[in-house]
Design a protein around this ligand. Structure first.
Ligand SMILES: Nc1ncnc2c1ncn2[C@@H]1O[C@H](COP(=O)(O)OP(=O)(O)OP(=O)(O)O)[C@@H](O)[C@H]1O
Ligand SMILES: [Mg+2]
Length: 118
């Protein structure tokens, strides 16, 4: 989860001008936590938005900004393992908001190898 939040912060900073602020909000709703990261940067075209969470997919407007296109796919996997969701709202040239919603009660941990050793 630390890696997921860290990637959202890194993205907000690297895809927006250095002088622009990045807003981080943490809210406790009814049984859920919401963490959102908002920037006022390059934004993401609608046709790219639904593919950002696929491994190696990068939007067409990244220009010279470097990246592997893996951060968001790892973030989504981590959030989903915690029973949560990650969504994006964005407009080209205006900015982006990424929101992670997590349940206050994490899902039951699956039986793993550790539990079967005795
Ligand atoms: N805040 C943002 N503003 C604009 N575009 C973004 C933003 N966050 C993500 N993107 C777009 O989504 C793509 C995927 O993001 P992701 O974090 O997976 O990869 P990356 O930042 O390019 O590389 P890395 O694997 O180093 O994180 C980015 O390449 C970029 O096109
Ligand atoms: Mg990234």
């Amino acid at each position: 989860m630390r890696q997921a939040v860290s990637n959202l912060l890194t993205n907000a900073l690297k895809y927006s001008p250095p002088e622009q602020k990045v807003l981080v909000r943490l809210a406790k709703l009814d049984g859920h936590f919401a963490i959102s990261v908002q920037d006022f940067g390059i934004g993401i075209a609608p046709e790219d938005q639904h593919r950002l969470f696929e491994p190696f997919h990068r939007a067409r407007n990244v220009g010279e900004v470097s990246g592997t296109g893996l951060g968001l796919s790892i973030a989504r996997q981590a959030v989903e393992k915690h029973g949560g969701t990650i969504t994006v709202q964005s407009e080209i040239g205006v900015g982006s908001i990424f929101t992670m919603m997590l349940s206050e009660r994490p899902p039951e941990v699956e039986q793993d190898a550790q539990n079967t050793v005795d």
